[in-house]
Design a protein. Sequence first.
Length: 252
Amino acid sequence: MSRVLITAGGSGIGRAMAEGFAAAGHQVWVTDVSAVALADVPAGWRTTAVDATDEAGVKALFAEIAGDWGGLDVLCANAGVAGPTALIEDIALEDWRKCVSVNLEGCFLAAKHAAPMMKAAKAGSIVVTSSTAGQYGYPNRAPYCSAKWAVIGLMKTLAMELGPFGIRANAICPGAVEGPRMEGVLAREAAAKGMTRDEVYAGYAAGTSMGSFVEARDIANMAVFLGSDAARLVSGQVIAVDGHTVNPDPKV
C-alpha cells in the first residue's frame, strides 16, 4: 500500500487521481487551495487546505505527512490554473505571473519538499501534470503553454537528479479534458475568436486522431500506473493522454 499525495485533489483531474489511487487500495492525502472543495471527500482520505504556491504552507504540509505517515511514496503534483485566453499583447503581467506561479512553482515546491523524504527511503514516484500545451504551441494561451513546457523541463531535471536514489519522475500531458475548467477555456476562446463554443469544441476534438475529448479518469489511470511498481523503470517520460493530438490548433 503506497502513501500518495495529490495536490489540487479537491476536484477535476486531481479528484479523479485520488479516487483512482484509493480504489487501488492506497492511502490518499489531498490538498486544495479551497477548503470547500475538500469538504466532501470520502472517509479515510487525509486533507489539507493549502495554496500550492505558499512555501510555508507546503513545508508545514510535508512536516505533517512525515509525522503522520512517516514518509511518502507517490507525489502527484497536479495544481494548475488555465490562465488567460488572449493575444500576447493583451495579457496583463499579473495574469501571466499567476498562471506561471501556480502551474510551475506549485510543482517545484511540492517536489522540493517531497524529495528529502523520498531520498531517505531511496524510493518514490513523482508525477507532474503538464499538458499537450507543454508539447505544442496554442494561440492565445501563452502563459499556460509557457508554464506547461517548463513543467516538463522541471520533470526531466528531477528524473536525472533523483534517479540515483531510486526515485522516478514523469509527466502526464492531458489533452482537452471534459469538465468545468475546459468549458471555461472554450467560452473564453470562442469569445476571443468570434466563434461559438460548439465550433471551438469541435475544433479541439477534430485535432485528435480519435476525434474525442478525454475524461479525468483517463488521466487518473495513467497516474496510478506511473505510481506503481509496474512502471518501476519508467522515468523522465512525457506521456500524453489526449486521444493522439495531430493538429493542436483548434481553428481547424
